[in-house]
Design a protein around this ligand. Structure first.
Ligand SMILES: Cc1ncc(COP(=O)(O)O)c(C=O)c1O
Length: 416
């Protein structure tokens, strides 16, 4: 075989998303939303109602949050502290944030990570050896999939939120672990971020009576939005104590950067000394840490933010259901609208939605969801108003009508 220049393939094959770049970039992907993060933002020279920003509690542009961020940046700059936590990048505020995160989600200890994605990859890597077995939901977020990719031992997927399938795979995993002498790590999400279904944590936890495993939960979308105090999906389902390793990112309801793991102190101490993404990377900057402390304080002391969020979630979801939209089985804030159509139709429809109706939302298509389906993914926030909800439902009804009449198919043919 003749050797090739490595970049030959890259020039020829742009990848499953990259192949759409010419058509999509700047509009469908890498769009530039402008103005303060809010329910209404600028896009392509107009105002749009923005339904695609995970600022659940409306903290991103809250004046108290912006003040705290600015003060911390003025005092410390963006460099402080320098080095990895283990070597020279540790401060009392990092420690304080860890203690407060642990207390908020009712766990003994917590460990901060710079980004949820790399933190999750690295935590999975640290928690298992080649003798251990991972059993995880097939619809898991990319950070879980990529963490599992690092695993040298056996792994099994179970069908999405399907407890029978989980049990079947736990049986298989148990057989493997009995031969290797390892343990089992089950991974689920608190909230599946595309379709908005909570992971069936209660049912998963119930299986602990029959099988010997530890449970890791990625609660990126549940933290701050679910449970009486906002401690997430585990609190909502009454099983927070049975989650062995709890994970949440600051990138959603906290409107920040960073993430944390919370668990028994022994487990957290282990992660501190074994998570390569933290041992070999610079510490979270102080402005992020102090900003997160402010946000966490607001989560604790301003329950009205979560109440307002849910008022909007309920108005949006009940309005969509009343208008016969298929919003799947969401039982969280994440609100999907399932429609039928091909990829070019989806593009024409979203263009119309943005240009004619001033609605900006994320669109999910094949291969993320099955061929022939279009998913409009809406994230209601505490910033939205009932006017936003009503105006948007009217717009969705109008575009569904056009989609069903084949109008977007015709428009797409001229766009392509
Ligand atoms: C379920 C889930 N896990 C992990 C992450 C990654 O978190 P971060 O943005 O902090 O890297 C995200 C996205 O932000 C997510 O939706």
């Amino acid at each position: 075989m003749l050797m090739k220049d490595l970049f030959e393939r890259i020039k020829r094959d742009k990848g499953p998303l990259g192949k759409w770049a010419k058509l999509a970039e700047g509009y469908y992907v890498f769009p530039k939303l402008e103005g303060p993060i809010s329910n209404r933002m600028g896009f392509n020279g107009k105002e749009v109602i923005s339904w695609s920003i995970n600022d659940y509690l409306g903290l991103a542009s809250h004046p108290d949050v912006m003040k705290a961020d600015a003060e911390a940046a003025t005092e410390y700059g963006m460099a402080y502290p320098m080095g990895a936590r283990m070597m020279s990048g540790h401060t009392v505020f990092h420690e304080q944030l860890e203690q407060e995160c642990a207390a908020f989600v009712n766990k003994e200890s917590a460990y901060l990570v710079n980004f949820g994605y790399q933190g999750m990859v690295s935590a999975i890597d640290a928690l298992v050896t080649k003798h251990d077995v991972i059993v995880y939901d097939v619809d898991s977020h990319a950070c879980i999939i990529d963490g599992v990719r690092l695993h040298h031992g056996k792994r099994f997927t179970f069908m999405h939120n399907n407890i029978e399938s989980l049990e079947k795979n736990l049986e298989r995993a148990t057989k493997v672990a009995e031969t290797t002498g390892g343990g089992i790590l089950v991974i689920s999400e608190g909230v599946f971020g595309m379709r908005g279904e909570q992971g069936k944590l209660k049912e998963i936890v119930a299986l602990k009576e029959k099988y010997n495993f530890r449970l890791l939960v990625d609660d990126a979308h549940g933290f701050g939005t679910l449970g009486e105090t906002g401690a997430g999906a585990g609190e909502e389902q009454g099983v927070q104590d049975d989650i062995d390793v709890y994970f949440a990112t600051f990138a959603k309801s906290m409107a920040g950067i960073g993430a944390f793991f919370a668990a028994d102190d022994e487990v957290i101490q282990y992660l501190k000394y074994n998570m390569r993404s933290q041992m070999f990377a610079k510490s979270l900057p102080m402005a992020m840490v102090k900003g997160a402390l402010k946000r966490l304080d607001m989560l604790r002391t301003m329950p009205e933010l979560k109440a307002k969020l849910w008022e909007n979630v309920n108005a949006l979801q009940s309005g969509l259901r009343k208008n016969n939209f298929n919003i799947g089985n969401t039982n969280t804030c994440v609100t999907p609208i399932f429609l039928e159509g091909d990829v070019p139709e989806a593009m024409a429809m979203v263009h119309d939605l943005r240009e004619s109706y001033g609605i900006f939302c994320s669109i999910v298509i094949y291969p993320v969801i099955p061929k022939g389906m279009i998913l409009l993914r809406l994230i209601p926030t505490a910033m939205h108003t009932l006017d936003d909800v009503n105006e948007s439902i009217a717009a969705f009804s109008a575009i569904r009508d056009k989609l069903e009449k084949g109008i977007y198919k015709r428009i797409a043919a001229t766009m392509m």
